[in-house]
Design a protein around this ligand. Structure first.
Ligand code: F0G
Length: 354
């Protein structure tokens, strides 16, 4: 769709906007749903799994957050707000800063010090946000941000803001529009748990409107060291290489559990090793580069396959939530380094085994 104008224009009838809403958009959404047959063969050679990757890394700021942010910022502008604030593991702050810039609003972001991928931090910086590196983790940052939102005239654009969920549900619409039916399973990473909540809302709404005849089983994945929902209690000091989902006390904990329950799905955890294995496999088999947290979805498919969850040829959609370029440090840490050589054709040919 070469005239795509973003998710609000595309799905206006499903969103709480009116003619009076000033739409602040960077033409987010309309991301590709990539059929991943190589990946499917690599994961489950004995099945015919129909795996699709919803590549949200191709949004304007490189993550799914843009879907929610176009809504949150447009509504804040409609309500006359002039400043927004968020806590973030990186992507929300990048998106908030970009959309605030476009709206002519101020953006304040509070980030856990030393725990945000360099690409995300540089985005918030170039878009002109005022940035605080908090001596604390994401959960501490969100607590402060919510207190500030109650006390001062600044709009909180974390997923505590219901417009964020409304915008993010459009990814489920796009998947159904593309497949002309809902998938059998939807796999995605879980951090603050807003996105699983949003997808489930989207799938249910499409089902209720008769656009699809079924809803998928929602399968959410936390990182083992940051898996409060799986363990059943908040984690004080969450740890994982997937910094995007390094969260110990998710805001949408209950709605996420409800999504899993209502859809006959579940929320489970994968280890950092499993995340990195999937991260490399997606890139090397399909040429699709996502950030580590995103790969938790595919790591989940691998784990679920080993546990016997799939019968044969089910349609499985996996959200790849963020672009791999956001976190170059993890690639360099997890990959083979380039080898240095002089410009000598014989030596190079020998090394390449040509
Ligand atoms: N994947 C990526 C790349 C993310 O950035 C996030 C969340 C998630 C998955 C999890 O989504 O929180 O809705 O369950 N990032 C937030 C942020 C916390 O601040 O950017 P969720």
């Amino acid at each position: 769709d070469c005239k795509w104008k973003g998710i609000i224009e595309a799905y206006r009838e499903y969103l709480p906007v009116s003619e009076k809403t000033p739409v602040v958009s960077l033409h987010e959404g309309n991301t590709p749903l990539i059929k991943a047959d190589n990946l499917s063969k690599a994961i489950a050679p004995d099945k015919n799994l129909q795996i699709y990757l919803k590549y949200e890394g191709l949004n304007p700021t490189g993550s799914f957050k843009d879907r929610g942010m176009t809504m949150a910022i447009s509504k804040a502008k409609e309500e006359g707000k002039t400043a927004v604030i968020c806590a973030s593991t990186g992507n929300t702050s990048a998106s908030a800063a970009a959309y605030a810039a476009r709206a002519g609003m101020k953006a304040y972001v509070i980030l856990p010090k030393g725990a945000v991928a360099v690409g995300k931090l540089s985005q918030a910086m170039i878009y002109g946000a005022k940035i605080i590196a908090l001596m604390g983790n994401f959960d501490d940052a969100l607590t402060i941000v919510r207190q500030i939102g109650e006390k001062y005239p600044v709009e909180v654009v974390n997923s505590v803001n219901p417009y964020r969920i409304e915008g993010q549900k459009t990814a489920a619409f796009e998947i159904c529009d593309y497949l002309e039916e809902a998938p059998d399973f939807h796999f995605l990473p879980v951090g603050n748990a807003g996105n699983i909540t949003a997808y489930w809302k989207g799938y249910k709404e499409y089902y209720q409107k008769g656009k699809v005849k079924k809803t998928p089983r929602m399968i959410g994945w936390q990182a083992e060291g940051a898996a409060p929902i799986v363990k059943g209690f908040p984690i004080k000091n969450p740890q994982t290489i997937a910094t995007a989902i390094k969260i110990g006390n998710p805001y949408s904990w209950q709605p996420a559990l409800q999504a899993a329950k209502e859809s006959n799905g579940f929320i489970d955890a994968v280890s950092d090793e499993e995340i990195l294995e999937a991260y490399k496999l997606i890139a090397s088999t399909e040429g699709v580069f996502c950030e580590p947290a995103s790969a938790a979805s595919v790591a989940g498919v691998i784990k679920a396959y080993r546990k016997g969850l799939f019968k044969g040829s089910e349609i499985i959609t996996c959200t790849l939530t963020g672009n791999g370029l956001k976190d170059p440090d993890t690639v360099i840490m997890a990959s083979e380094k380039p080898i240095e050589m002089p410009p000598d054709i014989n030596q190079i040919a020998k090394f390449l085994e040509l």
